[in-house]
Design a protein around this ligand. Structure first.
Ligand code: DC
Length: 218
């Protein structure tokens, strides 16, 4: 499953994975984890060689959550879920995601996780590059206004300060970086089911996907 920032891929992927009894994997976590580690170690994110060397030094692991539905990223034995949601990590991760060596390394890990099937994986290049032969491909989309509104509500609900205009700008910048990059940019696989979730709840989206899978399962 692919799609732009803030479109609800994780929520939907988790719901679909749970319903199918499959493991859910959010690949953005891997790019974010490396970004966080590089920022921590004061590695210049523009220095592709240094960032790649760091990625290779790290011990990458994927552990199931207690619930048993999601595979989470651990680096050097440490879970990174909290740290990687930091605003600075969000802003900087598209630079790390444009690093060709890093993409190669992380794609290899992603393929290893999914080679035996039984997974729902989300990101930007999953259906186009990581698993071009996936049984089911979904491209999730929503208007920028709706995505900004959802993010605004999330932040407010978490008691955090939020500015709707700034959120919209940040999402647009991240989309542009993901679409414009030379290697494995965000794009719709020609054979993907495209779902516009602007007018739908994420539960409705996941039901739609499950119906599609049921109808087309061989
Ligand atoms: O989905 P996210 O916002 O957590 O992703 C973080 C960054 O990683 C974002 O810049 C997009 C990028 N990414 C990517 O290039 N390819 C993927 N398969 C997943 C994420």
């Amino acid at each position: 499953m692919d799609g732009p920032a803030g479109v609800g891929k994780s929520t939907v992927g988790h719901l679909v994975g749970k319903a199918l009894g499959y493991h859910f994997i959010n690949t953005g976590e891997m790019y974010r984890a490396l970004t966080w580690k590089a920022l921590e170690a004061s590695v210049d994110l523009n220095d592709e060689k240094k960032v790649l060397a760091l990625a290779k030094r790290l011990r990458w692991e994927f552990r199931l959550t207690e619930e048993g539905t999601t595979l989470r990223t651990y680096i050097d034995g440490q879970g990174v879920s909290a740290q990687i949601r930091d605003e600075r990590v969000s802003r900087s991760s598209s630079l790390v995601a444009a690093n060709p060596g890093v993409r190669q390394l992380l794609c290899r890990l992603q393929r290893r996780l999914g080679n035996d099937g039984g997974i729902v994986m989300e990101g930007r290049d999953i259906a186009t590059n990581v698993f071009p032969d996936a049984n089911f491909k979904i491209y999730l989309d929503a208007s920028i206004e709706e995505r900004a509104r959802r993010r605004y509500r999330q932040l407010k609900a978490a008691g955090q300060a939020a500015n709707r205009r700034k959120i919209r700008e940040a999402i647009l910048t991240r989309d542009l970086n993901d679409i414009k990059r030379k290697i494995n940019p965000l794009s719709q696989a020609p054979d993907a089911l495209v779902i516009d979730s602007t007018q739908l709840t994420l539960r409705q989206v996941s039901r739609k996907i499950l119906r599609h899978i049921k109808q087309h399962a061989r």
